[in-house]
Design a binder for this molecule. Structure first.
Ligand SMILES: C[S@@+](CC[C@H](N)C(=O)[O-])C[C@H]1O[C@@H](n2cnc3c(N)ncnc32)[C@H](O)[C@@H]1O
Length: 284
């Protein structure tokens, strides 16, 4: 018998080719997952799932400081991310899962960083984000691109800050994103995210199973990706229930379907925590 031949029916595939085809298979799985995420957001957009009136934020907001509308609460969340990320005038910021770019416009107007790049896998949202920036004459300083969080089209050490609001539970996988974020951050840079995670011992059906781990595991995965000074804080009390109270307050008296939807949201989110996370890339 010659070495390298196979007596079984299946031909032997050289290891480098196997790695390549595994990579191709992984890429296909990831792309079809991302396509499903895009379709979900297109569908919810048609149903006006997130009822903002003045903005196009897609997050569920931070209600601690008495926000009266989802627009105000979503802005408050963007503000919390910026202050936690210590955004400043010297920063070049990457926003991953930027949606319609409302947070980027808010950051540019209130924190005046040098530059912001927003990426998202949804071309409709990226187009909408670019339109919003152009309408405010901010298109020279904010750039939007279609790209995936787990395959960032940027050189190593390109950004001072990487931010991601309520998006990374979708990524395939969130852990791959942590590695990409670390790679594109400059030494001394900071990652800041808000995210939904299962509470310990709870099943979370809303969350992509590959990302359905607790806040403690989240912190460990960040450390494994190289981050230091990892801070994970629960802000769930100021997010889920006030958001569903807000949805309830907008329902008409006889909207039974709407009522059931809000109750389902409340039931599923009772298994989740909502976290605010910062993690640093140490100086070289
Ligand atoms: C809940 S929305 C938040 C959008 C925006 N950050 C906001 O707060 O309005 C989540 C966003 O993540 C985007 N997203 C999901 N998976 C992604 C991926 N792999 N890469 C980049 N963006 C992704 C979705 O298209 C969606 O726009």
């Amino acid at each position: 018998m010659e070495i390298g031949t196979n007596t079984a029916q299946t031909p032997v595939v050289p290891i480098n080719q196997r790695a390549e085809s595994n990579h191709e298979a992984y890429k296909k799985r990831r792309e079809s997952h991302e396509q499903r995420v895009v379709e979900t957001y297109e569908h919810t957009a048609r149903q006006d799932f997130n009822p903002t009136d003045q903005t196009q934020y897609l997050n569920i907001g931070y209600w601690k400081d008495g926000a009266q509308s989802l627009d105000e609460a979503a802005r408050a969340l963007a503000n919390l991310v910026a202050t936690s990320g210590q955004f400043n005038q010297h920063d070049c910021i990457l926003d991953v899962g930027c949606g319609y770019g409302d947070e980027d416009i808010f950051w540019m107007e209130h924190f005046q960083p040098q530059r912001i790049v927003g990426i998202d896998i949804n071309p409709t949202e990226v187009k909408g984000a670019a339109k919003q920036a152009a309408e405010r004459n901010l298109d020279e300083r904010i750039d939007f691109q279609v790209a995936s969080a787990v395959d960032l089209p940027f050189e190593d050490a390109s950004f001072d800050k990487v931010a991601s609001i309520e998006a990374s539970h979708h990524f395939m996988t969130r852990e791959d994103f942590f590695h990409e974020a670390y790679r594109v951050l400059k030494p001394g840079g900071r990652l800041v995210t808000t995210d939904a995670v299962p509470l310990p011992g709870r099943k979370a059906h809303f969350i992509n199973p590959v990302n359905a781990y607790t806040a403690e595991v989240y912190a460990n995965k960040l450390k494994n990706a190289g981050f230091t000074n990892v801070q994970v804080n629960s802000i769930g009390a100021h997010v889920f229930k006030p958001y569903s109270n807000f949805l309830l307050s907008r329902l008409g008296k006889f909207n039974l379907l709407g009522f059931i939807n809000v109750m389902m949201h409340r039931f599923f989110s009772s298994r989740l925590d909502y976290i605010l996370v910062t993690a640093d890339k140490g100086e070289a």
